[in-house]
Design a binder for this molecule. Structure first.
Ligand code: LLP
Length: 403
C-alpha cells in the first residue's frame, strides 16, 4: 500500500488527524509468524492492547488469530469480533473479582496469573460459581530484555510475574485445588525486543521449569512465550520470525505442548499511519516549529518514551530544514517529532506519521477535550471508516453539570 499517494484522498474524505491501517499488510505479518511456527501446534494470540479496534480484531479473527487480553473489556471486544473463546487468554497483574467472574463465565482458554494472592482470589470466585478455572502462571525469568525500561518486564525489579520458586509453589497448590486446573506456563520479558538471546535464555529457564513440574505429575499443555518482537521504526535490526521460532522450539525438546505467541506490535505497528495537517509554522529564536492538528493525545509514544516515528511531508518538495513537529496540547512534552527534516510547509499540508499502528490509537485520550481521531482500514483498493471521529457530545456523554 502506498500511503504517500493515498494520503491526500484519505485526509480529504475523512478529515485529520486520522489513523489509517493497511489490513493486507497485517495479513502478511500475521502469516509470517504463523508459518514460522508451523512445525508445532500454535496459537497466535494477538495482543489486543496494541490496536483494539473491532474491525482490526475481526480481521484477526478471519486470519485465525486468538487474543491476548488484559482486561475484561478486551475479552469482550475479542468475543464480539468473532475470536473463538478457546483461543482467548486473559493476562495482567491486577484483575478485579468481577473480571475474573466474567472470564470464567465466558469460558475462555485460560487465565494467566501473576501472584499467589491472585490465585486465591480466582479460587474463591471459581468456588462460588461452581466452576473450574484453567490457569497459567506468568514466570519472571529475571532476564534483562535490553529494551526501554518502561517496556521491559522480565527483571525481578518489574511488577510482572512470579519467580521460579513461587511458581512451583503455585503450581502445586493449583494441582491440589478441586476448582483450579494448571494448563499453561507464560513468560514475557519486554516489548520492542531486538535481540533474540534474552528471549532464548528466558525460554530455556521456563522449559526447564516445565520439566521439573512434569516430575511431580503436573502436565501443562500451553507454552506461552508472550509477545515483544520488535519492529523497525528507524534503523533497528530486528528479529527474524523464523529464527525466533527456531530459538524457542530448540528449548522445548521432548515437550509436547502447544505454543502460544502474543504479538501486538509486530503485526500492526508498521501497518498503521497517523495522518495530520499542518496548521502553521512558527520560529522561536532560531528554532523552527511546525504546528499540526495531531498531538500527544492522539499518539503518546514520542512524549512518553521519546519514541521515534518517521514523519513525511507527502505533497511538498523543497529544501528541508530541521523542525520540531508539535501539537496544540498545552504541554512542552507535546511533540510527535524533534529535529525532523521538513521542507517549508503551508497551512493544510499533510504529514504522514509512520509506524503508528501499534499503541497509537489504543493509547489515545481526550486530554484538552480533544476528540479522538477517526480510524480507517484499507483492504485491496477499498478504504472504509472503522471508527468515527469522536464528537464533543461523545466526550461529555457520561458527565453531568448537576453532580
Ligand atoms: N504479552 C504481554 C504479556 C504483554 O505485556 C505485551 C505488551 C504483549 C504481549 C504485546 O507486546 P508486543 O508484541 O506488542 O511488543 N505502550 C508501549 C508498549 C507496551 C507493551 C505492554 N505489553 C509502547 O508503545 O511501546
Amino acid at each position: 500500500m502506498n500511503i504517500s499517494a493515498l494520503a491526500p484522498t484519505l485526509a480529504q474524505t475523512y478529515g485529520t488527524p486520522l489513523y489509517v491501517y493497511d489490513f493486507d499488510g497485517i495479513t502478511t505479518r500475521f502469516n509470517q509468524l504463523k508459518n514460522a511456527f508451523r512445525a508445532r501446534k500454535s496459537i497466535i494470540a494477538y495482543a489486543v492492547k496494541a490496536n483494539s479496534n473491532l474491525s482490526t480484531l475481526a480481521h484477526m479473527a478471519k486470519l485465525g488469530a486468538g487474543a491476548d487480553c488484559v482486561s475484561i473489556g478486551e475479552v469482550k471486544r475479542a468475543l464480539l469480533a468473532g475470536i473463538p473463546k478457546y483461543q482467548i487468554i486473559f493476562s495482567g497483574v491486577g484483575k478485579q473479582d468481577e473480571e475474573i467472574r466474567q472470564a470464567l463465565e465466558a469460558d475462555i482458554l485460560f487465565i494467566n496469573i501473576e501472584s499467589e494472592a491472585e490465585m486465591y482470589r480466582i479460587e474463591q470466585v471459581a468456588q462460588s460459581m461452581g466452576k473450574v478455572a484453567r490457569l497459567s502462571v506468568r514466570v519472571n525469568p529475571n532476564i534483562d530484555a535490553k529494551t526501554h525500561p518502561y517496556i521491559s518486564t522480565g527483571l525481578q525489579e518489574n511488577k510482572f510475574g512470579v519467580d521460579i520458586e513461587t511458581a512451583k509453589r503455585i503450581y502445586l497448590y493449583i494441582k491440589n485445588s478441586p476448582v483450579l486446573e494448571p494448563v499453561g506456563i507464560h513468560f514475557h520479558i519486554g516489548s520492542q525486543l531486538t535481540q533474540l538471546e534474552p528471549i532464548r535464555e528466558a525460554a530455556v529457564i521456563v522449559a526447564n521449569l516445565v520439566r521439573t513440574l512434569q516430575a511431580v505429575k503436573i502436565e501443562l499443555k500451553f507454552f506461552d512465550i508472550g509477545g515483544g518482537i520488535g519492529v523497525v521504526y528507524s534503523d533497528e535490526t530486528t528479529i527474524d520470525p523464523v529464527e525466533y521460532a527456531q530459538a524457542i522450539l530448540s528449548t522445548m525438546m521432548g515437550l509436547d505442548m502447544t505454543i502460544i505467541c502474543e504479538p501486538g506490535r509486530y503485526i500492526v505497528a508498521n501497518n498503521g499511519y497517523l495522518l495530520t495537517r499542518v496548521l502553521y509554522e512558527k520560529m522561536s529564536g532560531a528554532r523552527r516549529f511546525v504546528v499540526i492538528d495531531g498531538a500527544m493525545n492522539d499518539l503518546l509514544r514520542p512524549s512518553l518514551y521519546k519514541a521515534y516515528h518517521r514523519i513525511e511531508a507527502v505533497e511538498r518538495a523543497g529544501e528541508p530544514t530541521n523542525a520540531d513537529v508539535v501539537g496544540p496540547v498545552c504541554e512542552s512534552g507535546d511533540f510527535l517529532g524533534k529535529n525532523v527534516p521538513l521542507p517549508p510547509m503551508q497551512h493544510n499540508d499533510i504529514l504522514v506519521v509512520h509506524s503508528a499502528g501499534a499503541y497509537g490509537f489504543s493509547m489515545a485520550s481526550n486530554y484538552n477535550t480533544r476528540g479522538r481521531a477517526a480510524e480507517v482500514a484499507i483492504e485491496g483498493d477499498a478504504h472504509r471508516l472503522i471508527r468515527a471521529r469522536e464528537s464533543f457530545e461523545d466526550m461529555i456523554a457520561n458527565e453531568s453539570k448537576y453532580l
